[in-house]
Design a protein around this ligand. Sequence first.
Ligand code: PNW
Length: 479
Amino acid sequence: MSSQEIHQLPQGFLHGFATAAYQIEGSPTAVGRHPSVWDTYTHIPPVPGTRPIADSSSGDVATDSFNRWRTDVQLLKEYGANAYRFSLSWSRVVKEDGKTPNVEGIKWYRAFIEELVKEGIKPAVTLYHWDLPQVLHDRYGGWLSRDVVPDFVSYAKICFEAFGDLVKHWITLNEPWIVSVHGYGYGTFAPGRSSDRTRSAEGDSTTEPFIVARHLILSHAYAVKLYRDEFHATQGGVIGITLDGSWYMPYDDTPENVEAVQTAFDSRFGWFADPIYKGHYPASVKKLIGDRLPDFSEEEWKVVKGSSDFFGVNTYTSNLVQSGGSEEYNGKIKTGFIRPDGTQLGTQAHVSWLQTYGPGFRQLLGYLYKTYKKPVYVTENGFAVKDENSLSSDGDDVVNDTDRVAYYRDYTKGLLEAVTIDGVDVQAYFAWSLLDNFEWAEGYRVRFGVTYVNYETQERRPKASSKFLKEWFEQHAQA
Ligand code: PNW
């Protein structure tokens, strides 16, 4: 370590790991928790006989973190994290009427948060990471109805009141694009609605994702308004949203493909980010969706515009973009990893959508900062090593995650260059994920953790990547 390498990230930089409630907690009925749409979706496929989850699993047990939370906090400590991003299960915090605080559930989260703070780890709390209470879906269609807005705001209020003395970083929603498109377009995530009748008995993929997106944006915005009006003065935290996407580059320099890149940014980030940070929809999205893109009233626009203190981004990869795709949600563009000369961008992960490309991470951070003019929080970044799931848990292979170490080496380099050379105001970095966990439609076959989890014994073993990140942040972040 050379001396000029020390402490190049700004004072107060948050670094740590991320998880989400449904992916790790298990114990679906403990302390008064009731079902979310993910409990339903994993147990009752929307079309009888189909397999919504690749290995037919669910989050019933997951990493058993509801019971093993002290172990998890110790791991975070061991890895040198000064922050931890996790989500609250809405149906553990609120009773089945969807309104009343569930005292037992709140007590459980309170103990967990107190332990984090005692250990010097700042909690960065996501209010919604995809686990809508089933009761709200049944009552009025969940995100399809505007009725969800006051229910989300009252849930947020319960959380600010119960935890806001200790939590200074709030994230309203995780990846509204994924919720809208996977939940109501493709139907591959809960609640699994789609026009594709091999996947879903109900749903309209041409309209529902846009309606859902509108209610997600409003729920976010009114929760932020509440925090600013009633809690900020006494609690002094920050609040914002997390969007997801990649760095997009033209496949070649033809004008159509160069233009398609902007359309890619607009449809993945801009659909949500432009309303929230700029106060209008992107022109390309308006043009493509037309009347099916529901507008906001003048009063709503006032609440939506400026409703995020930071730009939270979950990003894993980069894409080469060509014009001429068929999917509206993606702006009718095509994405890939193979260059015109046949070479690939980087190392292939276990999931088809992910290849390593560190330089794209640096560029994306710059693009988001320049375009949206807010401090950037990297709320997820990570890699699923190919065939890691088929290694024997007896030996050391499972902890020698060479490709993941190489990924983090590339991406931390991109992070540092964005901050020190490009002057991008990045204030947080969370690696996905603290643990191998329930990877949604992939079940347990895909592992993103820096900690290996043996799902038979629930034993946790630190992988080489956890050591890499620990040492890297020791060198580059101020204590
Ligand atoms: C994230 N993409 O979703 C989620 O927030 C996590 O819960 C999840 O476990 C993690 O990624 C790993 O999959 C995304 O294709 C999944 O660009 C895919 C993409 C983006 C976000």
